[in-house]
Design a protein around this ligand. Structure first.
Ligand SMILES: [Mg+2]
Length: 255
């Protein structure tokens, strides 16, 4: 069920080094509950696409994270069939017979894009899905700056970053580390005043975002993150040692 090696993603990361504003979202929210889909639609955003893992579901999950139920219903009521999920696992060639895509469509009640290129590449496949809708009229919502935000910004969509992930438990360890690094880089870019390219459609952020956007991470938060990471490593090491001791204890002793 894992996500395979994403070469395009790595190549795109080098593009971001030359143009760091590509990873800066137009809007930051805590999670999808902060988005007023009604106001977003009124502002002229006529279609919306979402990342899945840690934006709508737990990592590799097939069910909506229950606290998002009301927000997800509001989104579907307003956007109707102009909502789609763009995942880097479900609906890609990694998803055998599109089994995951079908399961998610059943459970979340929206289409999952069938696509060949992984985010941050493949924007054209999303534009084709939405037919004649211009990129600037599409919002892309996701939790990852280097995949979701770069994907949307590359094509001039409105990009919305969800900063509070559903859970780090069970997440791909590499994705987890990179996301934390992205948050630090975004905080740095904010300090040096590197902003997202202004979106062509004027949007009243106070109307669209129900709560004020989270402030960039403070030094204390970064320290707390590092301490939590150390603790996790220590616990993982202890667990491996415990298992090894248990395995040794099961072996018959040599005569
Ligand atoms: Mg995600």
């Amino acid at each position: 069920m894992g996500q395979s090696f994403n070469l395009q993603g790595i190549l795109q990361s080098f593009r971001v080094l030359a143009s760091p504003h590509l990873m800066v979202p137009n809007i930051v929210v805590r999670d999808i509950r902060d988005i007023s889909f009604e106001q977003l639609h009124k502002a002229g955003i006529t279609a919306i696409a979402f990342d899945k893992d840690n934006c709508l579901t737990k990592p590799y999950g097939l069910e909506l994270y229950p606290p998002f139920t009301d927000a997800w219903k509001r989104c579907r009521d307003i956007y109707k069939d102009q909502v789609v999920i763009v995942s880097n696992s479900a609906g890609t060639p990694d998803d055998k017979d599109n089994q995951q895509a079908h399961a998610i469509e059943q459970s979340l009640q929206v289409n999952v894009l069938r696509h060949h290129e992984k985010k941050p590449s493949g924007g054209q496949e999303l534009l084709n899905h939405f037919g004649g809708i211009k990129a600037e009229r599409i919002a892309f919502v996701g939790d990852r700056a280097l995949t979701d935000v770069v994907f949307g910004n590359n094509y001039g969509m409105l990009t919305i970053l969800t900063r509070d992930v559903v859970t780090e438990e069970g997440d791909n360890p590499m994705a987890l580390r990179i996301r934390r690094m992205e948050h630090k880089v975004l905080a740095f870019l904010d300090r040096v005043n590197i902003k997202a390219k202004p979106h062509p459609i004027p949007i009243d952020l106070h109307a669209v975002v129900l709560q004020s956007p989270p402030a960039p991470e403070s030094k204390e938060e970064v320290k707390a993150d590092l301490a939590a990471e150390d603790l996790r490593k220590k616990e993982a090491k202890e667990s491996v040692e415990r298992e090894a001791r248990f395995e040794r204890s099961k072996r018959p002793s040599a005569r």
